[in-house]
Design a protein around this ligand. Structure first.
Ligand SMILES: CCC1=C(C)/C(=C/C2=NC(=C\c3[nH]c(/C=C4\NC(=O)[C@H](C)[C@H]4CC)c(C)c3CCC(=O)O)/C(CCC(=O)O)=C2C)NC1=O
Length: 169
């Protein structure tokens, strides 16, 4: 598992190059965002339960069939599994935000997940919607906390969504 710095150094080391202007610019951008990235991780840490709760309410409001007999989140056990999954996504997103790369998502979350979801009939579209609702909640909190440019928050949430969307075909 790598962060933005380790992965950049790894790339340059493979080819025995010094860090050139392009590399240094990328490092500068990462360090310049450091404060905002840790601020968002702090917000997520302090509000995780609320973010998951809020996003799941929006999801079940938008796709009420999930909770009805035959729906994948029907029964308390599956409902809890669904909320637990959303909590996993949020926690790993907070790691990815601090690391500045999505490697942790590829390595710890997405590997093998498509097979699991497919075999259990967990629907992809609603999963992606739940992830996007969490993204919106986090971005709203970031804006409220005065973080002007929170576009970096999109990256890990959209990375998860993209990976899921690819597998729904
Ligand atoms: C840290 C990485 C990690 C992830 C991501 C993870 C996901 C994960 N979600 C699962 C199940 C599940 N996931 C869901 C989720 C949902 N159902 C819906 O209708 C909604 C769309 C959605 C919630 C948004 C449900 C309902 C189950 C249980 C399905 C079943 O057992 O029938 C399972 C099968 C085993 C289990 O039930 O625990 C795994 C492995 N596990 C991990 O260790």
């Amino acid at each position: 598992m790598r962060d933005a710095v380790g992965s950049l150094i790894g790339t340059y080391d493979i080819t025995g190059r010094y860090l050139d202007q392009g590399a240094l610019d990328r490092l500068k951008a990462y360090f310049a965002q450091g404060e905002a990235r840790t601020q968002v991780a702090t917000l997520i840490n302090a509000n995780a339960a609320e973010i998951v709760q809020q996003a799941s309410l929006r999801l079940f409001d938008a796709v009420p069939e999930l909770l009805r007999p035959g729906g994948n989140a029907y029964t308390t056990r599956r409902y809890s599994a669904c909320l637990r999954d959303m909590d996993y996504y949020l926690r790993y997103v907070s790691y990815a935000l601090v690391a500045g790369t999505n490697d942790v998502l590829d390595e710890r979350v997405l590997q093998g997940l498509r097979e699991t979801y497919n075999s259990l009939g967990v629907p992809i579209g609603p999963t992606v919607r739940g992830i996007q609702f969490m993204k919106e909640a986090v971005k709203a909190m970031a804006a409220e906390a005065g973080i002007g440019d929170s576009s970096f928050v999109d990256e890990p949430f959209d990375h998860l969504s993209r990976d899921f969307s690819e597998i729904s075909i």
